[in-house]
Design a protein around this ligand. Structure first.
Ligand code: SF4
Ligand code: MG
Length: 332
């Protein structure tokens, strides 16, 4: 079967002071197919990074399961975990913070190989490093330089080379382009796309807005306050967003073609993002939702498949919950 990663009812809670619980990831489920790019989108603090870190095993989950190739990631023995570490790698938002400033590019890239005991032959490892530098659009002259000698985009390329050094199958990219100049963002996205094709990689691509992620992702899940609220193919999500939050996110993206008049109505969300330590009852989005109904405060909307492969958690799409709500208000 073609599922590579399965996330089932994943919860990651953090115990804060005074017995307060921060529910960073609350009952999130999705599956990623081999060779696919799956995007997770949401505002900062929605739990998307925590989800990524829990999936790769940097955090223990509070509840739920993460299955990689059918194996429970959090129940692996040492040997299984060791080989799993080779298969799944992470690229971080701030390439500068994630690269040791005192190490040369060569040392940075070879470190994971050392840990895993790969390419022990010196010459072989050297060739491997040169090849990786080439793969990410750098060259062998860069090998003995230090991170501060590079631009933001180049540093992200170094981070990508390091992630590739173990020949992974799956890469979690946590906002890999957010810290970069707009002019450089497309280059890094194109690099990631090219590498995916060449090496058959599967991506989980985490982003805070939809503008770039819709170009790279096959499917996208939208998160809000620890919850997954909508999931479908990128095209569908872009053309027919169902959840009021997704509709608002999309209305904030400018239409790229200057010859097309942007007649869409911008949906401005009222109010602040609530604290994940004190989320609203019922639907977590209800304090900012332009369509909120009485039922939204009382009941948590269920995750349902509205159309083929299009999932949403919103009472508007449950006829038994909407009562006499005016459906014509719902833009779609
Ligand atoms: Fe808005 Fe209610 Fe749907 Fe939540 S369940 S998004 S509050 S309409
Ligand atoms: Mg983050």
């Amino acid at each position: 079967h073609d599922t590579l990663l399965e996330v089932k009812n994943l919860k990651k809670y953090f115990q804060m002071e005074k017995g307060v619980m921060l529910k960073a990831v609350d009952d999130v489920s999705f599956a990623i197919k081999k060779g696919e790019t799956f995007g997770i989108v949401g505002e900062s603090g929605c739990g998307k990074s925590t989800a990524g870190r829990t999936i790769i095993g940097l955090y223990d989950q509070t509840d739920g399961e993460v299955l990689y190739d059918g194996k429970n990631v959090h129940e692996m023995n040492d040997k299984e975990r060791f080989s799993f570490h080779r298969k799944m790698q992470m690229i971080f938002q701030d390439p500068y913070a994630s690269l040791n400033p005192r190490s040369t590019v060569q040392e940075i890239i070879s470190e994971p190989m050392e840990v895993q005991g790969l390419y022990k032959d010196k010459k072989e490892r050297q060739e491997r490093i040169y090849q990786l530098l080439e793969d990410v659009g750098l060259n062998r002259d860069h090998a003995n330089r230090y991170p501060h000698e590079f631009s933001g985009g180049q540093r992200q390329r170094i981070g990508i080379a390091r992630a590739l050094s173990l020949d992974p199958e799956f890469i979690i990219a946590d906002e890999p382009i957010s810290a970069l100049d707009v002019s450089v963002q497309a280059q890094v996205v194109n690099l990631l796309k090219g590498l995916q094709k060449k090496k058959g990689l599967t991506y989980l691509f985490i982003a805070h807005d939809l503008s770039m992620v819709k170009h790279i992702s096959d499917r996208i899940g939208v998160m809000y306050l620890g919850h997954l609220i909508e999931l479908t193919q990128s095209k569908k999500l872009y053309h027919k967003p169902l959840h009021p939050y997704t509709q608002a996110l999309l209305s904030a993206i400018p239409i790229p073609d200057p010859d097309v008049e942007d007649t869409r109505e911008r949906i401005i969300l009222e109010g602040e993002l609530p604290s994940p330590m004190n989320p609203p009852s019922g639907c977590v989005f209800r304090t900012r939702c332009p369509h909120a109904m009485e039922v939204c405060a009382a009941e948590k909307p269920e995750w349902q498949e509205i159309e083929d492969q299009h999932y949403v958690a919103c009472h508007l799409y449950d006829p038994t919950k909407t009562g006499d709500h005016d459906w014509s208000q719902v833009a779609a």
